[in-house]
Design a protein around this ligand. Structure first.
Ligand code: NAI
Length: 464
């Protein structure tokens, strides 16, 4: 029986980052992980493999749509799906092994198996009980099913994101339930690979929570790329045979019932915290009605010595939010000051074009009754974007009307997921739109569009 300062349960981005920070701060640390490889959902069956498929399918799109215009002639590449999946697995393998290396480097023990907490200060893995002065629960989340609908997920015909990354062949017809991040990223992949994609979404718009202008523009661009949308429709049933499925949905405007057939149905209607088997009920750990572990502002649960972070607690289910909480909880345990600024957590959708967002949306500012100004700049006015056929989209910067302080930014366009961080840093430093506008931006870069949006908050953008 080993004695640790900290045992982290779960080796996803929240857990493994937390463990590394604990070790760096001099704490004897172990991580419990039951998967065969480290990295959790994100590295094994989430962010990383999906980005590999998004990259590969985007290259195909470029070859089919833009190569000839640049004078690159020849037959378009054909898709070897088995090889594409092998490439994806290789990317995953490199990343998960990288974490094993980091664990060794930082002298972190990997306790292999699924852990439970028989009592505060103890973590049980298999038949062994380990002592831990502190426990950090970073057990993540799992796909939730379609609320109020009859759906059985078999991960073959009716799949979550996990099954969608491992389909034996590219489906002719793919039905996607839910126009959130997962539905649109994976829907894009299969649309580019030749599937006929039908997205069915309960709301009248896509990507709930995003800025309205981005939602509208994104929908238009996705339609142009061949994805089909049925909005305002609640899926009530998915019936699967061995080779096909039938999706039944009701249009909310008139309650009429409709059906579509598909070879594969992707259920992408959200995720829920995964805390099964930890023994939290017996320990008396307080939970929210939505199954999240309740914590205070320092990630402490109501049971002394037990902390929780990431998808298992409140807040956006994002790897980077979990990482930040993991590092901050480690700092708190080490007696330092741990802090996460929940006002500045970017969100990115890795489609082409990318979509990225931070801070308040225009709708939120209206609801708060806050006086604001909008600076908007189209990538059509950005020379670099036009040169690489990526003039679709815009940067929208929101700033306080009186103080000019940046309140939010919403980007749809090339490199949006990287561009947004200029604004994140700016917001952390309390930047005004003028601060961004007065900062020299290299020409020709996509980042000039951000500066132009900031200029548009003042005396006006130059190239518009
Ligand atoms: P989501 O919450 O983003 O979207 C789910 C969608 O399903 C919503 O638009 C909802 O209105 C719709 N829906 C619910 N019930 C329905 C019904 N009966 N019929 C039709 N539509 C229905 O969930 P998603 O896409 O599954 O993602 C789960 C989590 O994973 C999210 O928190 C997301 O942020 C995270 N994630 C983040 C990624 C990123 O940062 N790039 C990538 C993948 C996932």
């Amino acid at each position: 029986m080993a004695q640790y300062d900290v045992i982290v349960i779960g080796a996803g981005p929240g857990g493994y980052v937390s463990a590394i920070r604990c070790a760096q701060l001099g704490l004897k640390t172990a991580v419990v992980e039951g998967r065969d490889t480290l990295g959790g959902t994100c590295l094994n069956v989430g962010c990383i493999p999906s980005k590999a498929l998004l990259h590969a399918s985007h290259q195909l799109h470029e070859a089919e749509h833009n190569f000839a215009a640049m004078g690159l002639k020849g037959k378009s590449p054909s898709v070897d799906w088995t090889q594409m999946k092998a490439y994806k697995s290789d990317v995953v393998g490199q990343n998960t092994k990288g974490i094993e290396f980091l664990f060794k480097k930082n002298k972190i023990d990997w306790l292999k198996g699924w852990g439970s907490i028989p009592a505060a200060g103890q973590v049980k893995v298999g038949n062994e009980v380990h002592d831990a002065k502190n426990i950090i629960i970073a057990s993540g989340s799992e796909p939730s099913s379609v609320p109020g609908a009859e759906v059985t997920i078999d991960e073959k015909i009716v799949v979550t994101s996990t099954g969608a990354l491992e389909l034996p062949k590219i489906p002719k017809k793919l039905a996607v339930i839910g126009a959130g991040v997962i539905g649109l990223e994976l829907g894009s992949v299969y649309a580019r690979l030749g599937s006929e994609v039908q997205v069915i979404e309960f709301l009248d718009h896509i990507t709930p929570g995003m800025d309205g202008d981005v939602q509208k523009s994104f929908l238009k661009l996705l339609k142009k790329q061949g994805l089909n949308f049925t909005l305002g429709a609640a899926v009530s049933k998915v019936e699967a045979s061995k080779t096909k499925a039938k999706v039944t949905y009701k249009l909310r405007k008139d309650d009429s019932e409709h059906q579509i057939d598909a070879d594969v149905v992707l259920v992408a209607t959200g995720r829920k915290p995964f805390t099964d088997g930890l023994g939290l009920e017996a320990l008396g750990v307080e939970m929210s009605p939505r199954g999240q572990i309740k914590t205070d502002s320092q990630w402490r649960t109501n049971v002394p010595g037990i902390y929780a972070i990431g998808d298992a607690i409140d807040g956006p289910m994002l790897a980077h939010k979990a990482e930040d909480e993991g590092m901050a909880a480690a700092e708190v345990i080490a007696g330092k000051h741990g802090h996460v600024n929940y006002e500045v957590i970017p969100g990115v959708i890795y489609t082409a074009p990318e979509v990225a967002s931070v801070g308040k949306t225009e709708e939120q500012l209206k609801e708060e009754g806050r006086a604001y100004k909008v600076g908007k700049f189209s990538f059509m006015g950005n020379a670099r974007a036009k040169a690489v056929f990526q003039g679709d989209g815009f940067v929208k910067l929101l700033a306080d009307k009186d103080t000019d302080r940046v309140l939010g930014c919403h980007i749809i366009g090339p490199g949006a997921g990287d561009l947004i961080h200029e604004i994140c840093v700016g917001m952390e430093f309390g930047a005004s739109a003028e601060d961004i506008a007065l900062t020299c931006h290299a020409h020709p870069t996509f980042s000039e569009a951000v500066r132009e949006a900031a200029l548009a908050c003042g005396d006006g953008a130059i190239h518009m």
